[in-house]
Design a protein around this ligand. Structure first.
Ligand code: GLA
Length: 729
């Protein structure tokens, strides 16, 4: 049993392999948070010493005990308007104008297995893999019940959190904020590690000390966003890759989100995470419930690498439902940077022939195959083939490609519509726009209101027909602008605050139905590159296009930041042409391949423009991709350097779970004359085993490679790279 309830002191204790989580019902009925950290026995109620710190109110029944205030107690899920002035986890109002939530214990339940959420992606568990704790808190004055859900994965060191709200009153209840998680951390000096960015420069890591006050990471774009990824880590000031305490907080949500960290007057920290509350409201009729998205919580006392590895494994094994999650992926050649909108059937067949000759598994036809889509000004929404480009439709093209021994994949952007499209002309009301106001445009397109059942039904019908009628084995699901004019024509005025979340639920509904109906199709997420790279999408799709930036040197920082939360098997990465189309930079083909190999591998170039030598090099790359596939996608990932630090060396490593082999990757981003020795220490090996590097006869102990390290031969030229494979002997 990983969840224990001690009736005597009313304490819940959750143990995972390396962590302990504890909470206690206070005499007032408030649920206090006692501890989350390294595994330890004991009851942690002795840690918080009540004292009167002034201007912190007391609950009515303790009005003479000035030292007991909700403002200074650690709480499991803060209410609002209770005299706790720190971050509120919930804001609500009754029809009579009663606001606030004073949450007291009502009941609890411990069950085998993992809870599920309605309409939302959530982690799953195999038999015996997880237990669920449900603790219900209530505010009778408001008519509100808050069910706190904990999915405990003992072996994985992950606790999932979610919240279900019920209106138990007689009238309507409006929710203005519902956090999925509140986590109070009473002591310590913490840094916030988060992943910001912009289009083409996603998930740049930034580490800042938590200031006194509130720091926020969030998005109001209706998408998890290029700008602020919904994953944060709180780590001790001194925490490194290998040592120190860190907490990971990962919302399983792809829409507007918000994670706030507040360091309060006493130096304690509260983290509150969930749906973005700006613009959000949700109306519950009596008896109705609302499920807030899940958050994946993990803690490591052994530094950041361990925390990342926990998330990597958990996403692969317990979140992503695709049968491809742990399977080798086809190596694909994508048509986008090869020919953009400029193609016809002959050109695609030529591309396919070249791809086959190189040893690629699949041709992916990107944007431009449908409607009048000859540029990015028109056609979105018209998901029927453009027969001027592809006479006879997709079927004959796919047949010829399959006959060459290649699979075929396709690009779609279902949630969007261009004004210049048949779909928009037929259903202008399906687009999200504010009546009477010109909508904000993005890439000349509008967003369909995915909160509408008719829109989702239409898309399911046309897309399932596309997949049924054609032998399509891969779908790249794109999303190329954020939401701005958030207004739904099917919602009454008082429910307009629901539109953005209903959008996400509709999008998940479509994804869920399509991925369930077509389990053999490999789906890849995309949003102008990595604008919707989050755990919500990864519940449905095993891989996401990491960035529209395919420059190998820039990709180092993008992929580095991405690995803090997400597995390499989720990061789509391609070798593209040089000079690079986004930066104009020239890099060696080998370096581009080494970088792209730390992802789901593919090419995004026109092979006809390659020399014979380059084609031979690609055949060698493909041999390595296949040889190292299990090691790269199933191994433990180690960041050996920050590619942006002063030495300008990017190094990272994979180790097989049984430590039988390892792959070391190095790229020098600023070669110097007369360079200092390039020395690295390997990680994660078996210290007592002997290893041999490919092409070498000498053997080295794991201990030698980890503690003594490895000195690489000097690398010369523009952006040189090295890839070294070590095998246990
Ligand atoms: C987005 C994607 C690209 C490509 C284009 C097509 O920008 O990220 O990879 O598919 O759309 O329009």
């Amino acid at each position: 049993m990983s969840i224990l309830f001690d009736k005597n002191n009313k304490t819940y204790t959750i143990h995972t392999r390396r962590t302990t989580y504890q909470m206690q019902i206070a005499p007032t009925g408030h649920l206090l948070h006692l501890y989350y950290g390294r595994k330890a026995e004991g009851t942690f109620d002795y840690l918080i010493q009540p004292r009167d710190c002034g201007f912190s109110p007391n609950p009515y029944e303790l009005r003479h005990q000035r030292e007991w205030s909700l403002d200074t107690q650690m709480q499991e899920y803060s209410g609002s308007m209770t005299g706790d002035y720190r971050l509120s986890a919930i804001l609500c109002a009754t029809a009579e104008g009663l606001r606030g939530a004073d949450l007291r214990y009502a009941r609890h339940e411990i069950t085998a297995g993992k809870y599920a959420l309605r309409g939302l992606p959530a982690a799953f568990a195999g038999a015996g893999e997880a237990e669920t704790l449900s603790v219900t808190l209530a505010d009778e004055a408001v008519g509100l019940e808050v069910e706190l859900l904990y999915g405990v994965y003992e072996a994985q060191d992950v606790i999932t959190r979610a919240v279900r709200i019920q209106n138990t009153g007689a009238g309507v209840l409006r929710l203005d904020k519902v956090a999925s998680l509140c986590l109070d951390i009473p002591f310590g000096d913490w840094d916030l590690l988060h992943f910001h960015g912009r289009h083409c420069m996603e998930r740049q890591s930034e580490r800042v000390p938590l200031m006194t006050g509130i720091q926020t990471v969030g998005s109001k774009r209706g998408m998890s966003s290029h700008q602020q990824n919904p994953f944060v880590i709180l780590c001790e000031h001194g925490a490194s890759e290998d040592a120190g305490e860190c907490y990971g907080i990962m919302p399983v949500y792809s829409g507007s989100h918000r994670t706030e960290a507040e360091r309060d007057q006493m130096g304690a920290v509260r983290v509150v995470s969930g749906i973005q509350d700006e613009g959000f409201s949700w109306i519950l009729a009596p008896g109705e419930t609302f499920d807030a998205p899940e958050v994946l919580l993990s803690f490591s006392h052994e530094g950041l690498a361990k925390l990342s590895q926990t998330y990597h494994r958990f996403i692969r094994d317990n979140l992503c439902r695709s049968k491809f999650s742990n399977a080798p992926r086809p190596v694909l050649l994508n048509s986008w940077e090869a020919c953009y909108f400029d193609f016809d059937a002959d050109k695609l067949l030529a591309l396919a022939r070249e791809a086959k000759e190189l040893g690629v598994d699949m041709l992916v036809l990107d944007d431009g195959w449908f409607g009048e889509r000859n540029d990015d000004l028109r056609g979105l929404g018209d998901w029927y083939v453009n027969e001027k480009k592809l006479p006879g439709g997709l079927a004959p093209l796919i047949r010829q490609i399959n006959d060459m021994g290649l699979k075929f994949g396709i690009w779609i952007e279902p949630e969007m519509v261009n004004e210049d499209s048949e779909l928009y002309r037929a259903h202008p009301d399906w687009a999200m726009t504010v009546p009477g106001r010109g909508p904000a445009m993005g890439r000349d397109q509008l967003v369909l209101d995915m909160g509408r059942k008719d829109v989702v039904e239409y898309l399911y019908r046309v897309l399932s027909a596309l997949l049924r009628e054609n032998h399509i084995e891969y779908v790249k699901w794109d999303f190329n602008r954020g939401l701005a004019d958030v207004y739904s024509r099917v919602l009454p005025p008082e429910r307009q605050g629901e539109a953005a979340h209903r959008y996400v639920l509709g999008m998940y509904n479509l994804l869920e139905r399509l991925t369930t109906a077509f389990p053999d199709v490999l789906f890849e997420g995309c949003a102008g590159g990595g604008g919707r790279f989050d755990a919500g999408m990864l519940a449905y799709v095993p891989q996401i296009w990491c960035s529209d930036n395919t420059d190998a040197v820039e990709r180092l920082a993008i992929q580095y930041g991405t690995t803090f939360g997400y597995p390499v098997s989720a990061m789509a990465a391609h070798v593209s042409a040089s000079p690079n189309h986004q930066t104009g930079r020239s890099t060696p083909l080998e370096t581009r391949a080494v970088v792209a190999m730390s992802g789901t591998f593919g090419y995004e170039l026109n092979p006809a423009q390659l020399s014979a030598v380059e084609k031979e090099a690609i055949r060698d790359q493909l041999a390595r991709v296949r040889r190292y596939d299990a090691l790269i996608h199933g191994g433990d990932y180690y960041r050996l350097t920050d590619p942006r630090d002063a030495k300008r060396v990017a190094a990272w490593q994979f180790v097989a779970p049984d430590k039988s082999e390892a792959l070391l990757n190095v790229v020098v981003t600023h070669p110097e004359a007369n360079p200092r020795p390039l020395h690295l220490r390997l990680k994660g090996l078996d210290p007592d085993a002997m290893y041999v590097a490919d092409g070498d006869e000498r053997t080295y102990s794991g201990a030698a490679l980890m503690y003594g390290g490895w000195t690489l031969a000097a690398l010369f030229g523009d952006y040189p790279s090295a890839q070294l494979h070590f095998q246990k002997v």
